[in-house]
Design a binder for this molecule. Structure first.
Ligand SMILES: [Zn+2]
Length: 218
């Protein structure tokens, strides 16, 4: 990871959405360090040594939760597009199998877990295997196989067990969205919905009967 003192002040000085290339101090003479002020984070990536750094804007809690080494939490999450730029051949298969290509700019990636992560405000760290070789295609170190985005949305909440459907809802932004893929995820989703009762609930694909009944009873 590239230390924040080498790039964070540059990132913070940029208008949101803008990027710049600066010298990665101690790593060559040319400006190889890509620094960006992104919507939800400050991010850097060095095209020379391929290290990166990321500081979340909206949710500093995420950074703390990544520290424990007990579970399989990603050490460092980077925008997926940056991982694809450096290793395009590693992602062909996961895109062919999962119909997520059109949402690539909304996805993240961690090199240590080799998993793709989705927009998620529940801190569940549900990750999709990018290698095609993991036993669990979807895995969450929190045991909550779920993701949630903008649950308090005035337009209601779409709830689904289908990843592309979740990503479509997140991208459209008309409703909030919840992705649920196991029983722990169902529990967490029900808790989130009780906390923020939605104006409308759109029940979509691959929801268990038990979960569907609990949703109707909300
Ligand atoms: Zn470097």
């Amino acid at each position: 990871m590239i230390e924040p003192r080498l790039w964070l002040s540059t990132a913070k000085g940029l208008p949101c959405g803008q990027s710049e290339k600066i010298q990665h101090v101690g790593c060559g003479q040319r400006p190889s360090l890509f620094v960006k002020n992104d919507d939800d984070c400050y991010f850097c990536y060095c095209h020379r040594c391929r290290q990166s750094g990321r500081v979340s804007k909206s949710n500093p809690r995420v950074k703390q939760k990544l520290a424990p080494k007990t579970g399989w939490y990603p050490k460092e999450i980077i925008p997926l597009v940056d991982a694809i730029v450096s290793e395009p051949y590693n992602f062909r298969e996961v895109f062919e199998r999962n119909r997520i290509t059109k949402y690539v700019t909304h996805l993240s990636y961690a090199k240590d877990t080799q998993r793709i992560y989705f927009p998620d405000e529940s801190d569940s760290f549900l990750g999709l295997d990018a290698t095609g070789q993991a036993n669990a295609r979807f895995y969450a170190p929190t045991r909550r196989a779920m993701a949630a985005y903008n649950v308090g949305c005035a337009g209601g909440v779409l709830i689904t067990g289908n990843l592309p459907q979740y990503l479509e809802a997140v991208t459209l932004g008309v409703t909030g969205a919840i992705l649920v893929m196991n029983k722990e995820g169902e529990k967490a989703a029900l808790a989130a919905l009780s906390e923020h009762p939605p104006s409308k609930l759109f029940m979509m694909d691959y929801l268990s009967d038990r979960f569907t009944r609990s949703l109707r009873a909300l």
